[in-house]
Design a protein around this ligand. Structure first.
Ligand code: G6P
Length: 609
């Protein structure tokens, strides 16, 4: 999703702005631009498509200046064209913006009546014109921005620079994340960005604006004000982003690197929640009495939602606690009834997903205890939570989530054991057994990854398909959903997942000899039922790819291919089954030549509704 950067430096900022934008590329974007002020003049360069097109423009027409803002745009209002690319300008005011201005139409009509001519189809342009009109009316830049903010509805973050002011930048946050970086004596300067990763090359001293804040920066510092314009202090902390490696190593794509990191990051996450010596879970840092908890409400988006669905199966079956799972974009609008004394759990890799964050606020207002499973510890969701259960996956750069998903499953599985213990449904012997099964997961995933070549071969046939169906039961149903999502996201092949028992209620009509059907069927208590559904597929000519630890003969019908899984306890099966569905999607996409790490139209961190 859109990325914002801003720098007031002691040397020309253009190339640093582009470097910072490169670090935001992973969020997903379709155009980019920067603006600087030099010798009293505001100049900008913008380009449709990847950052290299902007870099080429800057080679031909460089930008000078010690102050500038930059942006990667993920189109919401208006096509991804150069004209719609940020920064937007109006009479010497230049703005970059992330988020959506919901009332932009009304504002635009009013501004047009006042004679403002709009160049773009974006919602952002109203911000530039509103600030410019304030300046024209004699307001100071601070007053003009403050007054403009009071007129905007929606969730956003923005940064503004002003022609004639080479030591002034104003930023604001309402909903979307906004970080401020503080330079030091060796490298004086001030920085703003959508996240600390963007600022990592320049500084590790970072503060975060809170909702409603706005900030006035010069080259040596920043004054932060809350929504009532009262000056406030926001803690400057040392960001870990500089120590995080964000390169592809020897891998062709971040996604492949992240798939291969799973044994390590799952181990790391496990060691946070498990005492390996005693083979017991350790949630002593979590202040929540699960014994008396009436209900747990889980809310998330995308892949994290599917992790939540797996979590529901695990926590209800092994933890004995009722769980509701909802998609965040639906949850708050149906005004759900929340149990008195209940708890709400939010799962999010980025910790910034707008719908999840808004749902969190809804639950807070309903007096729920707020828990979150997040990968970015400095994120908004983490900061708004009463209790944070971190995933230790490290930065996930590939848009299609892989290692964050399996780390979310790891935390949920460990949590299910803790809940079961607290509610008296898991005794010591069972706890040790389940913990052992979890501890085996990294080794089993490493083994599975040696089967990669075989999965690559199978994916060649998938790349010929127009549609692919995924089936599964129990925890394999959300894994089927995740597999279909992965395939759609990065290969653009239409894929759908169904609970295997639901097949006969509709999707069976789609099956013919052109339809690959991926059946996720661990040899568990539901295996025979899934096998019956698989036979219904085979009888209609569907091409079955069987993902199972069972021998092929157990399928009892013709299968085109099998991905043979290692044996494991059913409790951890979803963690292992996630791997082949990730690899199938990856190799299909590579075979088709799509942009695996930054698939079209998708964003990593979705900070709009
Ligand atoms: C986007 C990403 C998905 C992700 C979802 C939720 O759609 O492309 O990979 O699952 O957002 O993101 P979150 O950061 O909240 O887990």
């Amino acid at each position: 999703m859109c990325g914002i950067v801003g720098i007031i430096g002691s040397s020309p900022v253009a190339s640093n702005l582009v470097d910072a934008l490169k670090r935001l590329e992973y969020r997903g974007y379709d155009s980019a631009g920067i603006a600087t002020i030099h010798d009293g003049h505001l100049m900008r360069r913008r380009a449709k498509g990847k950052l290299r097109f902007l870099e080429n423009k800057l080679k031909d027409e460089p930008l000078e200046g010690l102050i500038g803002i930059g942006h990667t745009r993920w189109a919401t209002h208006g096509k991804p064209t150069e004209v719609n690319a940020h920064p937007h300008v109006s009479e010497g005011v230049s703005v970059v913006h992330n988020g959506i201005i919901e009332n932009f139409k009304t504002l635009r009509v009013a501004l047009e009546k006042d004679g403002y001519v709009f160049e773009t189809e974006t919602d952002t342009e109203v911000i530039a014109h509103l600030i410019a009109s304030g300046l024209k009316a004699g307001q100071s830049p601070e007053d003009a921005v403050f007054f403009t903010l009071s007129q905007l509805e929606g969730a956003f973050a923005l940064a503004v620079i002003f022609e004639g002011h080479e030591d002034l930048m104003i930023g604001a946050r309402r909903g979307s994340p906004f970080a401020i970086g503080y330079g030091d004596e060796d490298e004086p300067g001030m920085y703003v960005g959508s996240d600390a990763i963007a600022l990592a090359p320049f500084t590790n001293r970072v503060a975060y604006l809170e909702d409603g804040d706005f900030v006035v920066l010069n080259g040596t510092g920043a004054k932060i004000y809350d929504q009532d314009r009262v000056e406030v202090q926001r803690k400057i902390s040392t960001s870990m982003a500089q120590t995080l490696v964000v390169d592809k190593g020897n891998h062709r794509h971040f996604m492949m690197k992240e798939i291969h990191e799973q044994p390590d990051v799952i181990s790391r996450t496990l060691s946070h929640y498990i005492d390996l010596a005693s083979e017991r879970v350790d949630f002593s840092a979590l202040d929540l009495d699960f014994k008396s908890l009436p209900r747990l409400t889980v809310t998330a988006c995308g892949t994290a939602f599917y992790a939540g669905l797996v979590g529901k199966y695990l926590i209800e079956k092994w933890g004995g606690l009722p769980v509701d799972v909802d998609i965040a974009s639906e949850f708050r609008y149906r005004e759900p009834l929340m149990a008195e004394g209940g708890a709400a759990l939010f799962i999010s890799q980025s910790g910034e997903t707008a719908d999840s964050l808004a749902s969190l606020k809804y639950c807070k207002a309903k007096n729920q205890k707020i828990l979150s499973i997040v990968n970015v510890s400095e994120s908004s969701i983490a900061r708004e939570s009463d209790e944070v259960l971190p995933t230790l996956a490290g930065p996930e750069i590939g848009v299609a989530s892989t290692k964050a998903f399996t780390c979310q499953l790891t935390v949920l599985a460990a949590l299910a054991i803790h809940i079961g213990k607290s509610r008296g449904v898991i005794d010591e012997a069972l706890e040790v057994k389940l913990v052992r099964s979890l501890v085996e997961v990294p080794r089993l995933i490493s083994e599975l990854l040696t089967e990669e070549k075989r999965i690559e071969e199978i994916s060649h046939s998938l790349s010929q398909a127009r549609d692919v169906l995924y089936l599964g039961r129990g925890t394999s149903f959300p894994i089927a959903l995740e597999g279909a999502l992965k395939l759609k996201e990065i290969s653009y092949i239409h894929a759908e997942a169904y609970a295997a028992g639901e097949l006969k209620h509709g999707p069976i009509a789609l099956i013919d000899e052109n339809m690959p059907v991926i059946v996720v069927a661990p040899e568990d208590e539901l295996f025979d039922k899934t096998v019956s559904n698989m036979q219904e597929v085979a009888a209609r000519g569907g091409k079955i790819i069987f993902i199972s630890d069972a021998e092929a003969e157990r399928a009892g019908c013709e299968i085109v291919d099998q991905i043979k899984m290692p044996k494991c306890h059913p409790f951890v099966a979803p963690l292992l089954l996630a791997i082949p569905v990730q690899l199938l999607a990856y190799y299909t996409a590579v075979h088709m030549g799509t942009d695996v790490d930054q698939p079209r139209n998708l964003a990593k961190s979705v900070t709009v509704e």
